[in-house]
Each structure stands twice: as C-alpha cells, then as structure tokens.
Design a protein around this ligand. Structure first.
Ligand SMILES: [Zn+2]
Length: 295
C-alpha cells in the first residue's frame, strides 16, 4: 500500500522536469542575446510561449519593458539597454505574461552586467575655456533638464522596424564611454560616438521615428532628437543645418540635417547617441544587435 502511494506521489514531480505537459510557469522560455552583457550594451530578450498571450513584459533594474510579437508565432521580444554607469552586478530579470482567461506565466533569470574599463583622456585647458559663467551655467542646467524630461517619456507605439543604420559613414573619432578629466576634474563621460564627416555631409535617420526635438544647445549645438517609440531615442548633434521640424514623421534614411561643428565642438563631425528607457548605450553595440532583427 505504501509503495503504491509513493508511486502516485512521484508522478507529478517528474512530469514538469521532463518538459511535457508542463505547468503554466514552465511554458514560458526566455533567452537573452548576446550572452555577455557589459556596461553601455544593449541586449535582446526573447520569450517563447503560447501564441495567444494578451500581454507580456520584462522587469529589469526597476523598469518594465513590453515585449512585442517576434518573427515567429509565439515569440516575443524587447531591446533592453544597460546604462554606461550601471553597477556591474548580477541583476535579476523577470518576464511575466497573461494569457487567455487571465492565466499567468512568469520566468526569472539572472543577467550579469560586466564592468568596462572605458579609456580616460586627461586634458589641460585654459580655465576660461572650461569654467562657465553663471548665465551660461543656468542655460546648461535648463537644457539638461529639458533633455532629461524628454528621455523620461515612453510612447508605446513602435515606429522603428528591423535593423538600424549609421546616420553617416566615417570612422569613430571619439568612442563611447570615454572618461574626460579636464584640469584634474572629472567631466561627464562621452555618451555617444563621434563619427568623422565633412561639413555639409547629409545626416540620415537611422530608422523610423518622429522628431521629438530640434534646438540649438550650448554643448550639442544644432541638434535633432528622434523618438522611435518604446522609450528609444536617437540623437544627432553639432549640425550645421537642420532639415526637419518637431513632430515630423521620419522613415529610415530621411535627411535630418547636415554635419557641422556647432556648440562645443572642435571641428566638423557627427555626435550620434542612443538612449533606451533612459539608459545611455553604445550606438555601435546597438547597431550590431539590431542586425539580427528582421524587418
Ligand atoms: Zn561626441
């Protein structure tokens, strides 16, 4: 009698681990790509589950990311950015979904964020070039508040599709994450890449979006910022000319403006930046990743 009871008790324990007739929680499979994630990287989270999910999202570093339907039925994905100043650590990520009739699914995994030793550039410059007078300081603070407020916004509608492209050809002259120390004082790290290009070179949209902001700022000069939806923004700084207006609907390759050297810049180049849900990420890491996305 005892043996029979044991037999019946063990059956339900073994079935889920064999992977068939599994309970609701185990029906969601989650993977991240690439496997190695560093400060300033972008990664793709892909979940596979029932095709009929009503909603699915990932929670990472206190933010909620909606997953959209992927190329295959029952596959859902989202791009997640790791800020260049994110703490190197093992970070818990949870993916949660709701199916027909409110049935819940969840899956937890750990993402390891590795430290990057970004290069350091030490410069000695005359104080007049570095110190800002009170009026300029006030302008800089106002502009930085405006940008911060903009990047905090998340429009659910996705306006981009598939792989992103470079806004100009040309090599990187100043890399992402460079830490500048001027006259012994730490300055903000370089949150984009500088691309070499001649004055007047057309600057093209890296994907579909809407013009969220055009302006002439103290540091970034004539600037265009595109909102691609889902909290993803691309930035184009130091332009000589701007060819678009706020609110314009933009498609991949549309002309946004021309390369220049406006704002705090030592010569013509394009500063290109990408922000995902407030995380400042390496545009080149972002480009590499989106090559794997289909249209
Ligand atoms: Zn730059």
């Amino acid at each position: 009698m005892k043996k029979i009871l044991l037999f019946f008790c063990f059956i339900p324990l073994f079935l889920p681990s064999a992977g068939n007739a599994a309970g609701p929680e185990t029906q969601l499979r989650v993977e991240v790509f690439p496997r190695k994630i560093r400060q300033g990287d972008v990664f793709l989270v892909r979940a596979t589950g029932p095709a009929s999910l009503k909603s699915i999202h990932a929670e990472f570093q206190g933010k909620k990311f909606s997953l959209s339907s992927g190329e295959r039925q029952g596959s859902y994905e989202a791009l997640i950015g790791v800020d260049l100043k994110a703490k190197p650590a093992r970070v818990k990520m949870k993916v949660m979904a709701k199916g027909d009739g409110g049935k819940g699914y969840s899956k937890a995994l750990t993402v390891k964020v590795e430290k990057v030793d970004f290069p350091v550039q030490r410069l000695t410059l005359p104080r007049s070039m570095v110190d800002l007078d009170p009026k300029t300081l006030e302008r800089v603070n106002r502009e930085s508040k405006k940008l911060k407020a903009l990047f905090g916004g998340v429009r659910e509608e996705r306006l981009w599709k598939g792989a992103f492209s470079r806004p100009v050809e040309g090599e990187v002259t100043t890399g992402f994450g460079l830490r500048r120390v001027i006259n012994g004082q730490r300055k903000s790290p370089h949150t984009g890449v500088d691309l070499r290009a001649d004055e007047g070179t057309p600057v093209l949209a890296c994907n579909g979006g809407r013009v969220a902001l055009v302006g002439n700022f103290f540091f970034s000069g004539k600037s265009v910022i595109l909102d691609h939806g889902e909290g993803l923004y691309s930035m184009y700084f130091h332009l000589s000319e701007i060819a678009v207006g706020e609110g314009d609907r933009i498609h991949t390759g549309n002309l946004l403006g021309r390369v220049g050297s406006t704002g705090r810049s030592t010569g013509p180049h394009l500063h290109w930046g990408i922000i995902i849900r407030g995380a400042r990420v390496d545009p080149l890491s972002f480009l590499r990743l989106t090559k794997h996305l289909q249209d």
